[in-house]
Design a protein around this ligand. Structure first.
Ligand SMILES: [Zn+2]
Length: 447
């Protein structure tokens, strides 16, 4: 209800239907071999068709995407991408071809599909197709509260004869996995920006018995030289479709959630890979990849694998319980491999620590889970200074390296939250040890 009220209030006062991911692209766009768990795409799809968790019971369940409201984050999804032009606004003649776009999005290498194959360690395979459509109206005729859904309905109705839309419902829940509406620049820049929106105004609408729930508006442009940005925005918005919030700040002048070289994250500045926390929430990690320091453990040593192979250490507060939807520190070892290739230099590689509060609330209006401390939550403190779902410890200072220690009072956000949202001494130290052939050593000691 809170979120519904928020929507209504925002429509009243701003005339805009709020969408998750609003302003998601405000920043300049600046695989694993663990196949034994059943990680091949073929296996995944077969498992999924049987209604089983892909790879068997040793994967940690995803938080979102189970009910159909969000796009599934495990298995397979297919997404139609509609390149829409308008009577008065269209793409320049030098736009790339349909084949080029299909390659950008769905080819085996250097595509959105490849990004998700790599990010998810083969747990989530996203395919799709590209279509073109010339809208009946001028672009301004869609720049209103009902414009998004009117445009989507116009496009889908036009293509209803040609396309069997059930092909875009891989998990058979009669909801389209997702869809993308891509628009040329030339309209109102305050209206058309990259975002993920949720179907809301036309609940009865169906094509081939399939309804729409999460969909993407993409204002990036299909020109040579724009490929990385075009892909990056869709990768970010698909993260929203699967249930992840933005990690950047909505209410501060400095909106960046995590700063510096250790601050890249697909749901923050839309660069690099998803972090291990995102992957844990999406169901991409096995139980044996998430090493836990329980509430009763006084000290422990871990060997942390490279993040692109999958794995992290999760440290729970003394007196707490082992619950990935609670408060903890999550430690991961980042190297410039996989989706982080080229994002930073090998000499800069190292460990980063996130302070997590992943408590889940259920929206009483739609019954869907959301993070209690994400930007849109009614529990969220809009100072941006209180409890947030995800904060980077030692923000802005780069990765931790061999010989470093994470110490209370020195590293920002290294503490447990008080109920008021300030930090208390976590009574522990994290020491970064030697780099080994298969990762890096971590030692955690409680005081
Ligand atoms: Zn976003």
């Amino acid at each position: 209800m809170y979120r519904l009220l928020l929507w209504i209030i925002m429509i009243l006062f701003t005339g805009v239907l709020p969408v998750r991911g609003l302003g998601g692209e405000i920043f300049p766009q600046w695989e694993t071999d663990e196949g034994s768990g059943g990680g091949t795409e073929q296996d995944l799809n077969e498992d999924h068709a049987d209604g089983q968790a892909a790879g068997g019971s040793d994967y940690i369940d995803p938080v979102f995407g189970e009910s159909g409201y969000y796009m599934q984050s495990v298995g397979e999804a297919r997404v139609p991408v509609f390149m829409v032009s308008f009577q008065d606004v269209t793409y320049r003649r030098n736009r790339v071809t349909k084949d080029d776009l299909t390659e950008w999005l769905f080819a085996q290498d250097d595509s959105v599909t490849a990004y998700y194959d790599t990010a998810s360690y083969g747990r989530m395979h996203i395919g799709g197709d590209v279509y073109f459509y010339e809208a009946e109206g001028e672009i301004a005729s869609y720049e209103n509260d009902y414009g998004f859904e009117n445009l989507v309905m116009e496009v889908l109705t036009y293509y209803d004869e040609e396309i069997d839309f059930s092909e875009y419902d891989c998990n058979g829940d009669s909801i389209m996995d997702a869809l993308v509406i891509s628009v040329p620049s030339g309209g109102d820049v305050d209206f058309w920006w990259g975002c993920q929106a949720t179907w809301y105004q036309n609940p009865e609408f169906r094509v081939d018995g399939i309804s729409v729930n999460t969909y993407i508006i993409n204002d990036e442009q299909p020109y040579v030289g724009e490929r990385a940005v075009y892909q990056g925005t869709i990768e970010h918005e698909l993260g929203h479709c699967m249930g992840l919030p933005d990690y950047y700040k909505y209410y501060s002048d400095d909106s960046e959630g995590f700063h510096g070289i250790a601050g890249m994250e697909r749901m923050d500045d839309s660069s690099g890979d998803f972090c291990q926390f995102s992957k844990l929430m999406l169901g991409w990690l096995r139980e044996d990849q998430v090493q836990v320091m329980g509430p009763d453990v006084e000290s422990a040593s871990f060997r942390l694998p490279k993040a692109h192979e999958g794995g992290c250490v999760v440290i729970f507060p003394q007196g707490g319980q082992i619950d990935f939807n609670s408060e903890y520190f999550l430690v991961e070892y980042n190297t410039p491999d996989g989706n982080n290739e080229g994002v930073f230099e090998a000499e800069q590689a190292g460990v980063r620590v996130f302070h997590v509060n992943a408590r889940i609330e259920i929206d009483p209006y739609d019954g869907e889970p959301y993070f209690r401390y994400e930007n849109y939550s009614p529990y969220y403190n809009e100072s941006d200074e209180g409890i947030r779902v995800l904060k980077l410890v030692n923000d802005g200072e780069g990765f931790y390296r061999t010989g470093d220690s994470v110490v209370y009072g020195e590293a920002s956000d290294f503490g447990w939250y008080t109920p008021a949202g300030s930090l208390s001494d976590p009574k522990l130290t994290i020491r970064i040890g030697e780099v080994t052939d298969d990762g890096i050593e971590i030692e955690v000691v409680r005081q």
